[in-house]
Ligand binder design. Sequence first.
Ligand SMILES: Cc1ncc(COP(=O)(O)O)c(C=O)c1O
Length: 365
Amino acid sequence: MIPVAKPLITEEEVEEVVEVLRSGFIAQGPQVADFEEKFASYVGTKHAVAVSSGTTALHLSLLLADVKSGDEVITTPFSFVATGNCALYVGARPVFVDIDPKTYNLNPEKIEDVITERTKVILPVHLYGQPAEMDHINEIAQEHELLVIEDAAQAHGSMYNNKMAGSLGDLACFSFYPTKNMTSSEGGMITTDNSEMADLARMLRSHGEKERYEHVVLGYNFRMTDIAAAIGRVQLKRLPGFNQKRIENAQYLSEHIKNIKDISAPYVSKKVLHVFHQYTIRIADGRRDEIMEKLNQNGVGTGIYYHKPIYNQKLYQDLGYQNQCLEAERASSDVLSLPVHPLLRIEELEKIVFTLADASEQIFQ
Ligand SMILES: Cc1ncc(COP(=O)(O)O)c(C=O)c1O
């Protein structure tokens, strides 16, 4: 089976981790500090604050934005559940706005309809590695005095108008989960130009500690370990190469998929550098599951991101959500992600295209 995702760990990561283990300094320490410095410099922000996951990065970011009980956070329903849950953690309400059916990202045209006096934050996701329509989103945020937090969990190294994802809003959150474009095992990062917020983030990730055992605010244990940071530092060096390979693989797939009946290759906006965390096709006429089955039977792994909008998860249904974001719902039943990771060989790319063409021929006749 060609897996849909595969982390790429080499001897260098192994050696760095072993060195950290031998150093005896395995909790948050010098590796984390160095990883933060290099990540901030890569993204082009003044600060980067490492945390234990993308989810804790989102949770802390909402605290930094002073989002509280009763406040509202405008976001997309077509994302991983953490994007909605982070608002719930701070007692706020995620307000879901439909997506653009071409990019699958938050549709800015629909944001102003749902802004109220309780709205505090707009939280766009750069889904599949393609940045959201940030100019328009930032314009709306400015006009209504809202903060913008980028969920860049899937978008390391992607760009919008030649600016790096992670430097496009007030705060941004990355995930280093193993399937992402770069990994640290588990891990996350907050990037920002705001020095006050960065200082507060450093306190909040470590029990609100200002000096050793002096706790000034209610904080958490959301720290990254030096073991994770050692992996992250090596992966960050290799990220541009990984992304280049993903982009080339996506180009190959799109060139060949454009001739397959009833299957659409991903749309890429002219304003962005899409880094293809996922290569996601769209299948017509509700035949997605049949195509997926044929691919899987023939050794091509696939993924569905996401099989329902967040508001249709049981947790949200129990909270009384009754949204109807029609484009998100359509996408949930049409999308299918194919392998695009940097380890794919040309024979495997050929096999993906061939198997997909064959499946389409059988199913659409
Ligand atoms: C869009 C999005 N947001 C948030 C997260 C949460 O990141 P993590 O799994 O590192 O907590 C993920 C990844 O899983 C994600 O894809």
